[in-house]
Design a protein around this ligand. Structure first.
Ligand SMILES: [Zn+2]
Ligand SMILES: [Zn+2]
Length: 250
């Protein structure tokens, strides 16, 4: 592990918390950050490999936190925004869609949208007393591999298919566990305001991705923000979005 010595991590206790949601599926989050902006991270335990989806803000050491129960996971980054990639540099194996690979090579406040969305007033407690948004640093950590539509991530007793679902950003991906009907849908579908207005967003692509996901036999959806969704709640969330866009166009 090569952690740049200059990277500062919080000393706050319990920076991360976790909850088991289903057998072998753990939700990890950063409770000090505002509830609607904090990223849902997921650890999925497999018989031959563990997977982590997304890496939070990088203000606490996610690697150290997970070491006792997922010591050498494959880190999958759903996309390149500041709230998802922070601890990416701590992991040896990290993958992202090719459309966002450049962000990991040279992350900045601008290309990760920290400049638009990250504010020190959104923490309670702050990671350290003098913390300001300008202190947030994403370390350059190029992907060790790229993932795209149709790729299969095999954890032994679980398999995920990568779905490329552009809209929120060009390289947004979801992970689909068809055997269980589990969809990890990151920032593509979640309850709350849908962010389709960022400079990296594209509404026609978003509509297409939403319609595609609507057709999947989803039993449970694990979004990048907000609560876990039943299949019905997932489809309602999509319908609400599609109807709102239709209203805007009529
Ligand atoms: Zn995002
Ligand atoms: Zn996000």
């Amino acid at each position: 592990m090569s952690i740049p010595t200059r990277h500062r991590f919080t000393d706050q206790p319990d920076w991360f918390v976790q909850q088991e949601l289903a057998e072998g599926v753990f939700h990890v989050w950063e409770p000090a950050y505002r509830e609607d902006y904090r990223c849902n991270m997921y650890v999925v335990k497999g018989s031959s490999s563990d997977l982590i989806l997304d890496a939070g803000l990088g203000l606490g050491s996610l690697r150290a936190y997970l070491a006792p129960f997922a010591p050498d996971p494959l880190l999958v980054l759903s996309h390149g925004h500041y709230d998802h990639i922070g601890s990416g540099f701590e992991f040896e194996r990290r993958v992202i869609h090719a459309a966002e690979a450049e962000i990991l090579e040279a992350p900045t406040h601008e290309n990760t949208y920290a400049d638009l969305l990250l504010a020190e007033g959104d923490f309670a407690p702050k990671p350290w007393d003098s913390f300001t948004a300008a202190d947030w640093v994403a370390e350059p950590a190029p992907a060790t591999d790229l993932i795209g539509e149709g790729d299969v991530l095999d954890l032994g007793d679980r398999r995920f298919t990568v779905l490329h679902t552009p809209g929120h950003s060009w390289g947004s991906i979801c992970l689909w566990d068809e055997a269980r009907g589990f969809l990890f849908c990151a920032d593509t579908v979640y309850s709350g305001e849908i962010f389709d207005h960022l400079p990296c967003s594209n509404i026609p692509a978003y509509l297409q991705s939403m319609r595609r996901l609507r057709e999947l036999p989803v039993h449970t959806a694990f979004p990048g923000h907000g609560p876990i969704l039943s299949g019905d709640a997932f489809r309602e969330t999509i319908d609400t979005y599609l109807e709102s866009k239709q209203r805007e166009n009529t």
